[in-house]
Write a protein that binds this ligand. Structure first.
Ligand code: SF4
Ligand code: SF4
Length: 111
């Protein structure tokens, strides 16, 4: 990549309007594709504590709880959906919720 190219791209982007979706800034829901994987829903009653999801999760998002079930630290999640696929009780489903923006990480827990 040449210096001239980078300079041209930099100048071009400086003059562009921001492309951040306004509704995200306002923390509103945005339209997402049909197969979008957003924040997981967790059916605590259905969970049998097999911990297969904990072993499978590539990012350490799923932690065990004292009652031998699980909770999700959503700020670590990459929304791959593998936990939902492997759960034998369908206790995990991926929602279409895209509102994962917050200034307080403690709010990003599903349990
Ligand atoms: S969607 Fe992927 S990263 Fe997120 S909790 Fe499930 S397995 Fe882990
Ligand atoms: S895989 Fe499903 S049943 Fe097993 S611990 Fe995870 S959520 Fe519970």
């Amino acid at each position: 990549m040449s210096f001239a190219y980078m300079l041209k791209e930099t100048l071009k982007n400086l003059l562009r309007r921001p492309i951040t979706v306004e509704s995200i800034i306002k923390n509103e829901s945005v339209a997402v594709p049909e197969r979008y994987r957003g924040i997981m829903n967790f059916d605590r009653e259905a969970c049998i504590g097999c911990l297969m999801c904990v072993r499978l999760c590539p990012t350490g998002t799923i932690l065990t709880t004292e009652d031998k079930k699980v909770l999700f630290r959503v700020d670590r999640c990459i929304f791959c959906g593998q936990c939902a696929e492997i759960c034998p009780k369908n206790a995990i489903t991926m929602s279409s919720r895209s509102d994962v923006i917050t200034e307080d990480r403690k709010q990003l827990v599903v349990k």
